[in-house]
Design a protein around this ligand. Structure first.
Ligand code: G3H
Ligand code: ZN
Length: 271
């Protein structure tokens, strides 16, 4: 199927789940899970994953091809990019969606730089997400305790022209227990006031029930990374413990890919 933008997925669906890709097996697992669940999905590569690989193109060209060949609606998104050049490269490579993350910059600078990125990526048909954390930009959106201010979010979305907004509503990145407590009143207030779809980051720390509730209150894109990495790594650990003489990576990466596909399918069917 041709790749869609995250915006096109959201036009057709109440909400979408977005899973982070680090290596090929992640992308394969996410698409297998989506195919089984018959649900759309966003595959995303973060700037940190690009730094890990040392370049954007090699991994992302594989992911773009896998997603385009999959029998499900899919978007490929650049996640948490702080660098405008990386965004331009992603757009040129065919990413259908990007996130410009300037949330730790002062508010005026976040606004100004985000507006420039939005104009140029949208001119190429790309959906643009940005992030707003602490009021005035004093803290990133996923620092524990930080909350997005409703009036500031309305101003920011209106003046930048972005397509989606990552908000700070109680989740934080890289939690390995699903024990975050979301501020549901704030989610409802933001969804009622902000004109663009809201994005929940750090969703690995959020329970199934709370993810469903957050979506029912207006979260439209749910980003999940650490949770599926946990599933992947626990599988690898178990396989290697059971077979300490294994040397062929396929023998432990394959079961880990299967485990992630199962969990992606389960999560997609929640929403
Ligand atoms: O942008 C990616 C996400 O916010 C993932 O966060 O690793 O806590 O699920 P997580
Ligand atoms: Zn995030």
């Amino acid at each position: 199927m041709p790749l869609l933008s995250t915006g096109e997925l959201l036009d057709r669906n109440r909400a979408v789940l977005a899973f982070n890709v680090i290596q090929l097996e992640h992308a394969e697992a996410i698409l297998i899970g989506a195919e089984r669940a018959k649900r759309p999905v966003v595959l995303q590569l973060s700037e940190n994953a690009v730094k890990y690989h040392g370049a954007l193109a090699p991994t992302s060209l594989a992911v773009l091809r896998l997603a385009a060949d999959a029998p499900v609606d899919a978007a490929v998104h650049l996640d948490h990019a702080e660098n405008e050049d990386l965004i331009a490269e992603a757009v040129a490579l065919g990413f259908t969606s990007v996130m410009f993350d300037a949330a730790t910059l002062p508010y005026a600078e976040n606004l100004e730089r985000t507006a420039v990125v939005a104009r140029s990526a949208q001119a190429r048909g790309v959906w643009v997400e940005a992030e707003l954390g602490a009021i005035g930009g004093k803290g990133g959106a996923h620092t524990p305790g930080v909350r997005t201010d409703v009036d500031e979010a309305v101003d920011f979305a209106g003046r930048t022209g972005i397509d989606g907004l990552a908000v700070a509503v109680g989740s934080s990145h890289a939690m390995t227990s699903r024990s975050a407590s979301l501020d549901f009143d704030l989610i409802a207030a933001l969804a009622g006031a902000v004109s663009v779809p809201l994005v929940l980051h750090g969703s690995s720390g959020v329970s199934d029930d709370d993810l469903v509730r957050a979506v029912s209150l207006g979260i439209r894109k749910v980003n999940i990374s650490t949770h599926i990495n946990g599933v992947f790594s626990r599988s690898v650990r178990a396989t290697l413990a059971a077979h300490p003489d294994l040397v062929d990576p396929r023998k432990y990466l394959g079961p880990a890919r299967d485990a992630v596909a199962d969990e992606v399918e389960r999560l997609l069917l929640l929403i």
